[in-house]
Write a protein that binds this ligand. Structure first.
Ligand code: EPU
Length: 443
């Protein structure tokens, strides 16, 4: 986490890089493998630290995990799954948000689980109230532990139920799926999230033998089955990483071919990218994103759940918007606190003001609650190098883009956090012609 990179900015990023499986899908598919007593094989797996964290947690439960990095193939053998030591699980506290998704599979396999306190990016409160309520609805008993974490048990197994989510939460939808597939009877989930990563998790579960249908009104219906098999599956590509490179091309007036990116899951992003003045070409093996010359245009944008504009696309795009002509407005409606990264951009010369008000037409949960969740960006503003510390994963990548677009030298600290979601990002940046050095690495 303490690693620092020195960036000599002001050069257009240009060239070809490759994006593998989605960070927000792969760890969940790894957890799903636990539902079976047969091995599974996941392909297109990127080397990111979230994969290491989940591999570690699986191993603590007696699961054999092997990763062929070059081929991107992960094999997971949960035949001998067993309860993990509470202290060992506790060492994973604060590492990620994935451990809460172990609840359903471990309850099905072992009748109980210990789940450490969660981590993940500090972009809002990120409570787990939906998760806990869902698990209770299925009949699980949850006890908060004094030493941290929760103990969860279901001696009589889980019972299918009807759940209505107050907000289409990605994690809560996944929690329901992983609990319902082997619960007794039927489960109906209303108000579900339908992100492509969730639909790919449903693909995995269906390959394993689950019975799941998705209606157009955000209702997911699951019929519980007694037994699930292992799976072989190729993870969908990471559309957040692809969009991050697209924004990097725009902010640095560059030209980046993102091999592995696919159009269907990026439709909303591509529309916005084009409106800002970016150009793209969709090829059979990826998407070329480039700055076609001339001025970029300001826009008004609101983040939303799928099929809206992803919150995770927002932070890198804001860097490009600092280079657009006029006033852009971004209303963040998914997280209450995802603009912390703009402070460093202002330090570098950007003019971004944050507002508590909803600057947009969407009904938003944060409007009357004192959160700076709307941003007004005045551009174009030349950026200059600075010493900055990254606040979170996407904000961190955005800081790197800003440093690359800026004139002069920047030192960006805390870049270890970026490896949670961007595979080999320093190697890729170098391949794109970035002048970037790792000047300190602490273990
Ligand atoms: N929420 C609650 N209670 C809950 C769960 C969620 O109030 O029990 C709220 C959250 O606080 C947030 C909103 O619901 O305001 C949406 O959260 P969601 O549950 O959808 O998010 P998540 O599952 O925790 C995943 C991704 C995030 C991504 C969001 C939204 C993973 C590991 N994380 O988080 O990815 O932003 O969905 O698409 O899949 C990232 O990649 O940088 C990242 C933060």
């Amino acid at each position: 986490m303490d690693s620092v990179v020195r960036v000599n900015g002001g050069k257009a990023l240009s060239g070809r890089i490759h994006v593998r499986g989605a960070k927000n899908f792969v760890p969940k598919a790894m957890v799903a493998a636990l539902l079976s007593d047969k091995p599974s094989e996941l392909r297109n797996v990127p080397q990111i630290s979230d994969v290491d964290i989940v591999s570690g947690l699986l191993r603590l439960h007696g699961v054999e995990v092997a990763y062929d990095v070059d081929r991107g193939i992960l094999t997971i053998d949960p035949t001998l799954v067993t309860s993990a030591q509470v202290e060992a699980v506790g060492e994973h506290a604060g590492s990620s948000r994935i451990p809460i998704l172990f609840c359903g599979p471990l309850l099905h396999r072992l009748g109980q689980a210990h789940i450490p306190d969660l981590g993940g990016c500090e972009i809002g409160g990120r409570p787990i109230d939906f998760h806990l309520r869902i698990l209770e609805e299925f009949g699980a008993c949850i006890e908060k532990q004094e030493g941290g974490g929760i103990h969860i048990s279901a001696p009589k197994g889980l019972e299918g139920t009807t759940i209505r989510l107050p907000y289409p939460s990605v994690g809560a939808t996944e929690q329901t799926l992983l609990a319902a597939v082997q619960a007794r009877g039927k489960t109906e989930l209303r108000g579900a999230a339908i992100e492509p990563e969730i639909l790919d998790l449903i693909n995995v579960l269906q390959k394993m033998g689950a019975i799941i249908s998705v209606d157009i009104d955000r209702t997911i219906r699951i019929e519980g089955v007694d037994h699930l098999d292992g799976y072989v599956h190729r993870a969908l590509p990471d559309r957040i990483e692809a969009a991050s490179w697209a924004s990097a091309a725009l902010a640095t007036r560059g030209d980046i071919f993102v091999e592995g990116a696919v159009q269907p899951d990026m439709t909303t992003f591509l529309n916005v990218f084009r409106k800002v003045g970016g150009a793209f070409e969709v090829h059979h093996d990826g998407i070329r994103f480039y700055h076609p010359g001339g001025q970029l245009h300001s826009i008004a944008l609101e983040t939303n759940v799928h099929p809206g504009f992803m919150t995770d696309w927002q932070q890198p795009l804001v860097v490009a918007l600092t280079q657009a002509q006029g006033i852009s407005i971004v209303h963040e409606t998914v997280y209450e606190n995802r603009f912390g990264f703009t402070k460093a951009l202002n330090q570098m010369g950007a003019q971004i003001q944050l507002y508590r008000e909803c600057l947009g037409g969407l009904e938003c949960r944060f409007g009357q609650r004192n959160f700076f969740h709307s941003a007004v960006i005045l551009g174009p503003t030349p950026l200059r190098g600075a010493d900055i510390a990254i606040p979170d994963l996407r904000g961190g990548f955005s800081h790197l883009i800003a440093a690359l677009a800026a004139s002069g030298t920047s030192h960006v600290s805390g870049i270890g956090m970026i490896s949670r979601g961007y595979e080999n990002f320093i190697g890729k940046l170098r391949a794109l012609g970035a002048d970037i050095d790792l000047i300190d690495r602490s273990e």
